[in-house]
Design a binder for this molecule. Structure first.
Ligand SMILES: Cc1ncc(C[n+]2csc(CCOP(=O)(O)OP(=O)(O)O)c2C)c(N)n1
Length: 329
């Protein structure tokens, strides 16, 4: 539910998978084991073949290993793989544009992410938590070549973004260090923000507030075909938490407040928490919506998923509007 269509296509059409210093655990996203050649570079020998079967394991520093490996690779003449992906990127960018301009009664998380993206410094350091928050970041925060972007390597640690952003600000005091987090992840390690205040680190924390562990809601519906269970929690006023820690808090509840408040938050000379209330029923639609996804969501509705009509309307209405908008573009 996190990735992009071109990335999925690359995995589907690849004939070789080269993994460099990664322990990415989601096998279902990678090419079917045995269908492509696997090559892995890792400095830790035990990591070779841990997640994916490989023909060639290269143990060593990735930079040095690549320096030796690259001269031995023959460039392919056919550009088919590349040009298909470039076409897919163009198409995907249109999808992203349409989705980020989606209107609703409440703020769409992807709209906020896209607006934040436009206002970031060219060399911003972005740290992201795990959850649907990862989806919004992966798709709507444009990572420029001078930026740094970090999230949990196994896409699963919650609450990592605030400590990452603190570390980034210590390492790069002059650069903009931002944390992009869900309210669940933020609640888990709330006290850590006071570390930024103690050491006067001007990190900017953006809390996407949906009052729920939204990723789990979607896993329960779309993977298990069950109605959500125990995913909502008691809302926290994160802006007040910032004030209570001796920093600055901002709140956004309406779309017309986004630009102005973002400007104030980003230019504030000190640590900040900005919370933005978003539509809790916006779907992290997978790159390719398959039949299992649809069937499971319908099953969860039949079994009593609360607010099924809102979720269904968001999903279906969004998909139809997207198809029409693409035809008109
Ligand atoms: C320590 C830990 N506990 C539980 C999980 C399972 N988990 C993955 S994402 C997620 C929900 C994240 O919620 P939130 O931070 O509010 O972000 P949202 O999904 O709402 O965007 C949970 C509970 C996990 N990955 N790590």
């Amino acid at each position: 539910m996190l990735g992009t269509e071109p990335a999925s296509l690359a995995m589907k059409n690849a004939d070789t998978l080269l993994m460099i210093g990664t322990s990415f655990p989601y096998l279902e996203y990678l090419p079917t084991p045995g269908s492509v050649k696997g090559i892995q570079i890792d400095i830790i020998p035990e990591k070779i073949g841990l997640r994916y079967p490989v023909e060639v394991g290269l143990v060593g520093d990735s930079k040095k290993t690549l320096k030796n490996l690259i001269p031995q690779i023959k460039q392919k003449r056919s550009k088919k793989f590349l040009s298909e992906l470039q076409k897919s990127v163009k198409d995907w960018n249109k999808t992203i544009e349409i989705r980020s301009s989606k209107q609703g009664d409440s703020i769409k998380p992807q709209k906020f992410a896209a607006m934040l993206s436009e206002m970031l410094d060219d060399d911003a350091i972005i740290s992201v938590d795990s959850g649907t928050i990862t989806t919004w970041a992966a798709r709507y925060l444009n990572v420029g070549k001078n930026m740094k972007f970090s999230l949990s390597g196994t896409l699963a640690s919650m609450a990592c973004a605030v400590p990452y952003s603190i570390a980034a600000q210590v390492g790069f005091p002059k650069r903009q260090s931002i944390a992009f987090v869900g309210d669940g992840g933020m609640a888990m390690l709330l006290g850590e923000f006071s570390t930024a205040v103690k050491y006067d680190l001007p990190i900017k924390v953006f809390v996407i507030k949906n009052n729920a562990l939204n990723m789990i809601r979607w896993e329960q519906m779309a993977f298990s075909g069950n109605p959500e269970y125990a995913v909502e929690f008691e809302p926290i006023d994160f802006a007040k938490v910032a004030d209570a820690c001796g920093a600055k808090g901002f709140t956004i509840k309406k779309e017309n407040e986004i630009k102005k408040t973002l400007k104030q938050a980003l230019s504030h000379n000190g640590p900040v928490i900005l919370e933005v209330s978003v539509d809790p029923f916006e779907a992290p639609i997978p790159p390719k919506v398959n039949l299992d996804f649809v069937q499971n969501v319908i099953e969860s509705f039949v079994k009593g998923q609360p607010e099924a009509s809102k979720i269904g309307l968001n999903l279906l209405g969004g998909q139809i509007k997207e198809k029409i908008a693409k035809k008109l573009k």
